[in-house]
Design a protein around this ligand. Structure first.
Ligand code: AMP
Length: 270
């Protein structure tokens, strides 16, 4: 496994590589990341994983500073998975060139996390553009766990590059909680709470099948979750899978949630 730091090392190492799979991450790797890597290994000749906590996508400095870091453990995981390359760039190398055109989300895209985390997706798209232009992968593997991110990045990258975005299912623990690096910031009780909320939403999805008054039912569930679990909820909404437009029918749609346990913001979709 080759560790690459400088952009020129990336260019040199990847010069002759064809059918390259890329998994961008912010580290603190878990089985969700591992699944993306395994998909890349299945579908591509070589696989590169990046570990970069991108400062520009954090709308809150404290959140950025407290983001979990486990580089040593991450490298062990990647070695075991027989990843070909790990790219661990410095901030100044990723941001060495200036954008010609700044990234502005369309009004219709300013929903869910885009509404609550100002500048977040602009930062994500910017860094994905930069990483893609440095690495030039054939495929990028991304998780449905971050569904809105996946949709926005896919639209931008596939329009600008030949690279294809491959979407991968959400990996959960045995209690239905979606794996996330942010789970490291939760204690045992909080993790149990987060699992219970995930189970509630799985059941809600089943319950909403063929129901008409979904908006009212969702409002009821929102109140109940707040009361029973003492969580702050940014949103609990049903939106269409293909364009994230608001929907009152669960068919071809998903339930999206973002909520806080203490100061930790968690997102999921069902
Ligand atoms: P992150 O390190 O959180 O920026 O995530 C890197 C990539 O892993 C993104 O494409 C995420 O959507 C994906 N990912 C994170 N958690 C999971 C999960 N539980 N299952 C599948 N993919 C995930």
């Amino acid at each position: 496994m080759k560790i690459l730091i400088k952009n020129k090392d990336v260019n040199e190492a990847l010069k002759e590589v064809s059918n390259l799979g890329f998994i961008p991450t912010m580290g603190s790797l878990h089985k969700g990341h591992e699944y993306l890597i395994k998909q890349s290994k299945k579908k591509c000749n070589q696989t590169i994983v990046s570990i970069f906590i991108n400062p520009t996508q954090f709308n809150n400095k404290k959140d950025y500073l407290s983001y979990p870091k486990n580089l040593k453990k991450d490298l062990n995981i990647l070695k075991k998975l027989k990843v070909n390359y790990v790219y661990i760039p410095n901030k100044k190398d990723v941001y060495s060139f200036k954008r010609k055109k700044s990234i502005v989300l369309k009004k219709e895209n300013r929903v869910l996390c885009a509404k609550f985390r100002k500048g977040h997706f602009e930062g994500v798209i910017d860094v994905m553009d930069r990483l893609t232009s440095i690495i030039r992968p054939n495929k990028i593997f991304m998780g449905e766990k971050d569904y809105q991110q996946l949709m926005l990045v896919k639209k931008f990258i596939e329009k600008k590059y030949k690279t294809k975005i491959v979407s991968c299912k959400t990996i959960r623990n045995k209690d239905k909680l979606a794996l996330s690096s942010r789970n490291h910031l939760l204690n045992k009780q909080d993790l149990i709470k987060a699992s219970k909320i995930a189970i509630e939403l799985f059941n809600l999805k089943k319950f909403l099948k063929n129901k008409k008054k979904t908006k009212t039912l969702l409002q009821k569930k929102l109140k109940l979750l707040k009361k029973n679990f003492d969580v702050k909820i940014d949103y609990l909404e049903i939106r269409k899978k293909d364009n994230l437009k608001s929907s009152s029918n669960i068919k071809n749609s998903k339930i999206f949630i973002a909520y806080f346990i203490n100061k930790v913001r968690l997102i999921d979709n069902f």
